[in-house]
Ligand binder design. Structure first.
Ligand code: NAP
Length: 247
């Protein structure tokens, strides 16, 4: 196991990509702190599965747009596991598709808070406990290509996460590595809610691998970036999109 004795925090870990990351890190031996906002059932079942397999995990509800939610998550992790080695910033989303003409300042700020400010708050709160280790941010292909319809705010926030990843890699090295993933279309509620089925089919057909990604595809890459196997990689924004976009 690659992560025996390490402690990982995964945000938004009650469903989809975050849950798959938590399960994969636990499979590699990490103790896992799972944050969730509304998906209590998914987070609790993940903890049950991890502990049944002999691992250690807990789930904690929290709004990571708030300093109090962030602080509670980090404090509980340190109390329970003694520190933090791996931080996976997965919390994020579109909230709604809106063109610039339709967009209010409130919507813009909400998207920035959810994707970018939550990442900033989590990194800052973990730093005193993260003496060495890895941060993995979940950015997006949208951060490279500007996003689909009505996704300007989302794409901009993910582009900022990518830039933040590079800046943090320089600031936090050599002891902490910071990388990000730029997923293409991953089969989750994100697209169940915001993308028409025919659009998803078209993306599948247009991509070399002829499918959407799975949350487990993301979990595998996150586990690699969290481990010493990727010891010479930092500041990278890695495409994981089935060949849909080459950067
Ligand atoms: P998802 O199912 O919509 O997941 C969004 C996650 O964010 C959920 O776990 C949700 O928690 C959490 N969240 C929302 N508000 C929160 C808050 N205030 N505090 C803490 N957590 C909060 O979508 P997903 O596809 O798994 O997305 C995960 C990440 O991957 C996001 O950052 C997304 O932008 C990124 N991404 C997804 C794709 C894709 O194609 N699916 C592509 C590129 C990037 P609850 O469920 O507990 O409320």
């Amino acid at each position: 196991m690659k992560l025996e004795g390490k402690t990982a925090i995964v945000t938004g870990a009650g469903r989809d990509i975050g849950r798959a990351c938590a399960m994969r890190l636990a499979e590699e031996g990490a103790n896992v702190a799972l944050n969730y906002f509304s998906s209590s059932e998914g987070a609790d079942s993940a903890v049950a599965e991890i502990t049944a397999a002999g691992g250690k995990a807990f789930a904690l509800q929290g709004d990571l747009n708030s300093q109090a939610g962030v602080d509670a998550l980090v404090a509980r992790t340190v109390a329970e596991f003694g520190g933090v080695d791996i931080l996976v910033n997965n919390t994020g989303g579109l909230i709604a598709r809106k063109t610039i003409a339709e967009m209010s300042l409130e919507h813009w700020n909400a998207v920035m808070d959810l994707n970018l400010t939550s990442t900033f708050l989590m990194v800052k709160a973990c730093l005193p406990h993260l003496k060495s280790g890895a941060i993995v941010n979940i950015a997006s292909q949208a951060g490279r290509d500007g996003g689909g319809p009505g996704a300007v705010a989302y794409a901009t926030s993910k582009g900022a996460v990518m830039t933040m990843t590079r800046g943090l890699a320089k600031e936090l090295g050599p002891d902490i590595r910071v990388n990000a993933l730029c997923p293409g279309m991953i089969d989750t509620d994100f697209h169940n809610i915001f993308t028409k089925p025919e659009v998803r089919k078209n993306v599948e057909n247009a991509s070399p691998l002829k499918r959407q990604g799975s949350p487990e595809d993301i979990g595998n890459l996150v586990a690699y970036l969290a481990s010493e196997e990727s010891a010479f990689i930092t500041g990278a924004n890695i495409d994981i999109n089935g060949g849909m976009l080459f950067s």
